[in-house]
Design a protein around this ligand. Structure first.
Ligand SMILES: NC(=O)c1ccc[n+]([C@@H]2O[C@H](COP(=O)([O-])OP(=O)(O)OC[C@H]3O[C@@H](n4cnc5c(N)ncnc54)[C@H](O)[C@@H]3O)[C@@H](O)[C@H]2O)c1
Length: 344
């Protein structure tokens, strides 16, 4: 296959490049290192691009901006792709607050540019769009919770497996980032349902791995491990540090994409995270990291929770698993953390 990966120097994009190149496909990457613009030097992804250049066989990166509609059209005119994995984004809800126009242009309009280029130039291609659980806004916070010693958890047995795709996406506060992703998510579905393109929409929980350029505003686990290894101080924002996230390793994310690509269902939407088995609160993650690094992690507490933040979010994976029974999680949370702590 000839594959296009956008956001190819980022966490998920770079994993997609590695796996598809390893399988012998021709991989084209688009990434302009915008993450550095968003988050400063700590967000710089040049190291990851260099790593890919050194470890791949048939990878062709370019520093194009997905907002540049005419450059994208030229690019698609001269390359006929079989598979498009769209991971380029402004990914932080806190960052979006200060740059709502840039956030919308990248997340919503950038996605539309790619969908339309696909429709014009390679309508037979499979198109994977990496969406987010923030499309549900803070609606998941309406699920009754119980406070445990180290985490919040769902109070009712019927909520045990987490949030399904049935959760509503409007009449909730998303953050500006969540709203721009809603626009892209709905437009991607529309290209599947209305135009019949082979589009799959994946609403990510917490996606993680050793190749994330983690910063305070994005990439929770990667940033936590970075702070721990550097002996710096981590700041917890609200909910007593008991807020829960479900962590999924980037390679399990890409494995899900490939299952979809082999048997696409146009316009489908799936929640994709680590599920109940890989769920943990910040306090629980800190304890795990301390055990692995054999030292205490310094942290301070800020009462103010992040606006629109989820208190307990676990992705219900039942829908994806029922459509793609061959897919399974290969990375437990402990294995993910061990890998992250032991990589440079
Ligand atoms: N990491 C998570 O926890 C998480 C959770 C849910 C959803 N997601 C979504 O998954 C996708 C991938 O996330 P990630 O963690 O790999 O992010 P990332 O920031 O590591 O990667 C995104 C890449 O896109 C590039 N990029 C940004 N704007 C661009 C532009 N205008 N043109 C070209 N390239 C551009 C960046 O430089 C970066 O390398 C995003 O859509 C994100 O919203 C991530």
């Amino acid at each position: 296959m000839k594959v296009l990966v956008t956001g190819s120097s980022g966490l998920i994009g770079s994993e997609a490049v590695t796996i598809l190149d390893g399988q012998g496909h021709e991989v084209w990457g688009v990434d302009n290192n915008q993450r550095r613009e968003f988050f400063g030097p700590q967000g710089d992804t040049t190291w990851n691009l260099e790593r890919l250049r050194q470890t791949t066989r048939s990878f062709h990166p370019t520093a194009m901006d997905i907002r540049d509609r005419s450059a994208l059209a030229d690019y698609f005119r001269s390359n006929r792709f079989d598979l498009i994995i769209h991971c380029a984004a402004q990914p932080s809800h806190d960052r979006a607050r200060d740059i709502p126009l840039v956030d919308f242009d990248v997340n919503a309009v950038g996605t539309l540019n790619l969908l339309e280029a696909t429709r014009q130039h390679c309508p037979e291609a499979v198109f994977i769009f990496m969406s987010t659980n923030k499309v549900y806004g803070d609606a998941p916070n309406e699920i009754p919770l119980q406070e445990m010693a180290t985490r919040w958890d769902y109070a009712r047995p019927e909520d045990f497996n987490g949030v399904s795709e049935e959760c509503r996406i409007d009449r909730t506060m998303h953050s500006v980032f969540g709203a721009s992703k809603v626009a892209a998510d709905i437009m991607a579905q529309e290209y599947g349902r209305y135009y019949g393109l082979k589009v799959g929409v994946f609403r990510g929980g917490c996606l993680t791995g050793e190749h994330h350029s983690g910063v305070q505003l994005h990439g929770f686990l990667s940033y936590l491990v970075k702070v721990a290894k550097a002996g710096e101080t981590y700041t917890i924002f609200g909910y007593k540090g008991k807020q829960v996230r479900d962590q999924i390793h980037s390679s399990d994310v890409v494995a899900a994409f490939l299952e979809f690509a082999a048997n696409p269902r146009p316009g489908e939407v799936y929640n994709l995270g680590g599920g109940r088995a890989n769920s943990a609160s910040i306090l629980e993650c800190i304890a795990k990291v301390e055990a692995l690094t054999h030292r205490k992690l310094g942290w301070r507490y800020d009462e103010a929770a992040r606006k629109g933040d989820h208190i307990c979010y676990i992705s219900d994976l039942a829908r994806f698993r029922s459509h793609y029974p061959n897919w399974k999680l290969n990375w437990s949370l402990d294995r993910i953390l061990e890998r992250m702590v032991n990589s440079v």
